[in-house]
Ligand binder design. Structure first.
Ligand code: AMP
Length: 328
């Protein structure tokens, strides 16, 4: 059984099935800033290794291919096969693809390839900026940059997201960064304080642009985009292409190549999806309790919107007599 929350109605989003009873979000470590401090990225690297997998045809540099191989990927996903060569050719992209399609690597691999060449101008400002709707997604993207870039020396990646203490963020920004992964609100805040120099920016990525609009970041996005170089390349990713998204994309992209990839997630016919409307939190919690007490329910996963509500719910359920295990 699975169900979806809505933004407006106090709908019950109690999802059950499979594994542990827990609410989960991505990792919460605030920042990652690997490798040594140098304003200009690594020197040119050797050309790609001999053909050994479907990734070899994409035109990526050897250290990136080696990192991909080490992750265990053997073939590019559909969005990677189409987006990577087009991005490497310098095109702006308008990509509709879902989470789970491999979209992160589809933009991160070309971003890393860009960093195999030094920038013409030395400086501390980022060359790649990835905007994400949530800090959790920002952390995932930061981790992907580190994973795929681990064989490239001197690539500095960091995230600028809300909730992170300013002194830490400010210190890291001073050191300099190649790939900046940020949520719009905090980024704009830091830009307005003069702590981020985006004059060297070469590649802008919007990840889950539709969610950014849904979350009310339209004005922040426009303010950020007004302040970054027009000469940049832009890769625009969105699960949906509704009119607001197309308008934003139209304002941002130059002669973009459109790439539409079917949802990679197959429909699981054995999963029943139901939506329950609840009057208020108390009602929602009683409904959840009722669902979880079903004697045939041996294991359940409950998804929540935030890490905090995951913790609170796990604690409530624990007090109601359910075993507690929170996965992050
Ligand atoms: P994403 O859509 O970027 O969130 O990626 C979804 C998942 O697919 C992540 O766990 C990736 O590590 C994984 N992934 C990305 N590319 C590939 C690939 N070519 N082969 C296998 N798994 C992949």
């Amino acid at each position: 059984m699975n169900s979806s929350p809505t933004n407006t109605a106090p709908a019950l989003a109690a999802a059950a099935v499979a594994n542990a009873l827990a609410a989960t979000e991505a990792q919460t470590a605030p920042v990652a800033a690997p490798a040594a401090a140098a304003p200009v990225a690594a020197a040119p690297v050797a050309p790609a290794a001999p053909v050994t997998s479907g990734f070899d045809a994409l035109g990526l540099a050897a250290p990136i291919l080696q990192a991909i191989k080490a992750t265990g990927y053997t073939e590019p996903t559909a969005v990677q096969a189409r987006a990577v060569p087009a991005a490497l050719a310098g095109r702006d992209l308008l990509v509709s693809s879902q989470t789970g399609s491999g979209k992160t690597a589809a933009f991160m691999l070309p971003a890393l390839q860009l960093l195999t060449q030094p920038h013409a101008v030395a400086g501390r400002g980022p060359r790649v900026l990835v905007l994400t709707p949530t800090r959790e997604l920002a952390m995932q993207v930061t981790k992907a940059a580190e994973t795929y870039g681990r064989n490239m020396g001197r690539i500095k990646t960091m995230s600028v997201v809300g909730g992170m203490p300013y002194p830490v963020q400010n210190r890291l920004l001073k050191i300099g960064v190649d790939i900046l992964v940020a949520t719009p609100g905090r980024l704009l805040d830091q830009m307005n304080s003069g702590r981020i120099d985006l004059s060297r920016l070469q590649l802008l990525v919007l990840d889950e642009a539709d969610r950014m609009l849904d979350m009310g970041f339209k004005d922040d996005l426009e303010a950020i985009i007004a302040k970054i170089p027009k000469t940049r390349q832009t890769l625009f990713f969105s699960a949906t292409l509704e009119p607001g998204i197309v308008r934003l994309a139209g304002a941002l992209l130059r002669d973009p190549q459109r790439i539409a990839v079917d949802n990679a997630q197959t429909r699981h016919e054995n999963i029943v999806q139901r939506m329950h409307f609840a009057d208020d939190m108390g009602h929602k919690n009683r409904l959840l309790n009722h669902l979880l007490r079903d004697v045939e329910m041996n294991q359940a996963i409950v998804f929540t919107a935030t890490k905090r509500s995951a913790d609170e719910l796990a604690q409530d359920l624990h007090m109601q007599g359910f075993g507690r295990r929170t996965a992050r």
